[in-house]
Design a protein around this ligand. Structure first.
Ligand SMILES: CC(C)(COP(=O)(O)OP(=O)(O)OC[C@H]1O[C@@H](n2cnc3c(N)ncnc32)[C@H](O)[C@@H]1OP(=O)(O)O)[C@@H](O)C(=O)NCCC(=O)NCCS
Length: 200
């Protein structure tokens, strides 16, 4: 479990599959962090789809928030992966800007890779804007390697880097995932986040 030494003052996070009632928050985050990647229909297609996983990262309201403002859980990150034969295609990952660079992108990517590994995927791939140095740094941290470029891939003429992670199917990859879980846990702890696993 991540963050065994969490304090009660830590901000509490949960990670779970996105469902229909979450779509308003999903679209708001998509708009602010991804510049409008998909519309409601696009996200709806991913919900309950056996060949994809759409996960949300939620900030739980504090006891004070609950008392004073009846505030609901806030969606602060999302990730989506498609499972195509034995390949995972990571198609979206986003953290809302006030919470970026605190380890949440790493937590989302780790969750997508854990899910992929459980489902027997052997490789993972994604495309990322060549100018998106933060995202590229995140993926390289998790062993993705750039294998090519799709020139003028985006409507504005920007090119995309094609990244692959080939070790997903290796038997020892389970150990790598466990090491990453510890590293990500430490990073979240430094930023006073506490990740609460959902009950199975
Ligand atoms: C890319 C994104 C998901 C990363 O999420 P995040 O929560 O900010 O990232 P993390 O804190 O987990 O950082 C992971 C690594 O990314 C890099 N990184 C993230 N933010 C960075 C920043 N502001 N400056 C430099 N490096 C940064 C670092 O290598 C970092 O590792 P480190 O903290 O050990 O140095 C987030 O910036 C985002 O949502 N961006 C907009 C949407 C987007 O571009 N998605 C990717 C599309 S393919």
């Amino acid at each position: 479990m991540l963050n065994p030494s969490a304090k009660s003052s830590d901000r509490k996070l949960t990670l779970r599959a996105i469902a229909e009632p979450d779509l308003d928050q999903v679209l708001a985050l998509d708009h602010s962090a991804l510049g409008g990647l998909w519309n409601r229909d696009g996200y709806q297609r991913e919900i309950g789809n056996d060949t994809s996983a759409l996960v949300g990262l939620w900030l739980e309201p504090s006891a004070e928030d609950r008392k004073e403002a009846h505030r609901e859980k806030q969606l602060i990150g999302l990730g989506c992966v498609w499972f195509i034969v034995d390949e995972s295609h990571i198609v979206a990952i986003a953290v809302d800007s006030p919470h970026q660079h605190q380890g949440l992108g790493q937590l989302l990517l780790l969750a997508l890779l854990q899910n992929s590994h459980r489902r027997g995927m052997t490789r993972a791939t994604l495309e990322v804007n060549c100018n998106n140095f933060r995202a590229i740094a995140l993926y390289e941290k998790f062993g993705f390697k750039q294998v090519g470029i799709r020139k003028k891939y985006y409507p504005n003429g920007d090119s995309a880097a094609i990244l692959w992670l080939n070790r997903l199917g290796w038997p020892q990859f389970i150990d790598t995932l466990q090491q990453w879980e510890t590293t990500v846990g430490d990073r979240l702890h430094q930023h006073h986040w506490q990740w609460i696993p959902e009950a199975p």
